[in-house]
Design a protein around this ligand. Structure first.
Ligand code: COA
Length: 179
């Protein structure tokens, strides 16, 4: 479904297929304390593994990994990914993360999600895109609602962070909602 790895241009960002040239940015992203907190990241990856990861995403037609780059100077500021493709039910998962607080709140996330969903719902048979977001991540919940994701339910106490338990919210958008 995702054999075509597009470059998608917006006013604020350009989405490009991830590659080894984006590894410095990925390294900053996976080590940023605030992005790690908001995404509930608990593991560490090493730099060589990050390079292999970005170098090999283009080989997989069951996922779409796009670097979010600023429209002005083409600097990497994050990634938006469609993964967990279910070809029988035409659904997949979306995840997005920006590199850290220096990139938050500038409209990059909103535009990146809209560009990606515009593209996949127009060019593939995909029916449903789901995601899960921690309840404390109010900026992300706001952005997902704003672009059209609908809340489906809550998973209780899925994350333990600094001794506190946190719920996650399940959300989805359907092709019919989008179009
Ligand atoms: C979530 C994320 C992708 C959003 O992208 P972004 O570029 O920062 O968001 P935007 O600038 O496009 O939009 C931010 C919106 O949230 C609103 N906002 C900011 N802080 C908020 C808060 N604490 N509560 C509610 N809304 C908030 C802004 O007002 C803006 O809304 P508006 O456009 O209606 O005014 C980005 O912040 C990020 O990568 N965060 C860290 C990783 C993460 O949380 N990923 C999601 C995991 S599920």
């Amino acid at each position: 479904m995702f054999a075509n790895k597009p470059t998608l241009s917006g006013e604020r960002v350009t989405l490009r297929p991830v590659g080894p040239e984006h590894v410095d940015g990925l390294w900053e992203l996976v080590n940023d304390p605030e992005t790690m907190r908001l995404t509930g990241s608990q593991g560490k990856i090493d730099r060589e593994a990050a390079k292999i990861w970005y170098g090999s995403r283009g080989d997989h037609d069951d996922r779409l990994d796009l670097a979010i780059c600023t429209a002005g100077d083409d600097a990497y500021v994050g990634e938006v990914v469609l993964n967990e493709l279910d070809t029988h039910n035409l659904s997949c998962n979306l995840r997005i993360a920006l590199i850290g607080p220096r990139a938050f709140g500038k409209g990059y996330g909103t535009e990146a999600i809209r560009l990606l969903l515009d593209h996949v719902f127009a060019t593939t048979e995909l029916h449903r895109v789901g995601l899960e977001v921690f309840g404390f991540n109010e900026r992300a919940v706001h952005v997902y609602r704003k672009v059209g994701f609908v809340e489906e339910g809550v998973r209780r106490d899925v994350l333990r962070q600094d001794g506190e338990w946190h719920n996650s919210i399940m959300m989805s958008v359907l092709a019919s909602d989008w179009l």
